[in-house]
Design a protein around this ligand. Structure first.
Ligand code: NAD
Length: 135
């Protein structure tokens, strides 16, 4: 919401859960009723989905200035000896692989532009803030 308060007028939001996205749209419209906001439901652990998502961003908005990578899960709170490997893998796929798919696709789009503003990843394993001149 802070991006909208600060003047962002066009954005795309994505999540694997559709309901929460619609809640986000409602909140965004309360901040700016004329906001152009696209909703795409999908699984960011899919490399193909992430690539299609960034293509959609470029098609709709002509480029990408900012991205916030917030999708993440904490997984079940289990001791290592009680955990199945699949539990571990789901957390790794979501918090590491999906984040990497997103960052790579975003950076590729940003590097093709003259204007590179930056992106923020707040996913809980990898926390990073990268600005254009550091890319
Ligand atoms: N809330 C906290 O105290 C806290 C603290 C430190 C870090 N974090 C991290 O910051 C991020 C945001 O936190 P939050 O409280 O908003 O978490 P949240 O659970 O409210 O939001 C994370 C979102 O990621 C989505 N998601 C999960 N897997 C996905 C996938 N494969 N594809 C697409 N979307 C997927 C979920 O549906 C959810 O809407 C998370 O990565 C979280 O781990 C949160």
């Amino acid at each position: 919401m802070q991006f909208i308060k600060d003047g962002c007028t066009r954005l795309l939001v994505t999540d694997i859960v559709e309901r929460t996205l619609h809640e986000t749209v409602e909140l965004a419209k309360e901040v700016n009723s004329t906001i152009q906001i696209e909703v795409v439901v999908g699984d960011l652990t899919s490399e193909e989905f992430v690539e299609e998502l960034l293509s959609e961003v470029v098609k709709s908005f002509g480029g990408l200035n900012y991205a916030v990578n917030a999708a993440g899960i904490s997984g079940k709170s289990l001791a290592t000896d009680e955990m199945e490997f699949e539990e571990y893998r789901v957390v790794q796929r979501t918090n590491m692989e999906a984040l990497w798919f997103c960052e790579r696709a975003e950076i590729r789009v940003m590097l093709e532009q003259d204007l590179v503003d930056g992106y923020v990843s707040i996913n809980f394993i990898v926390n990073s803030i990268v600005f254009g001149d550091l890319l």
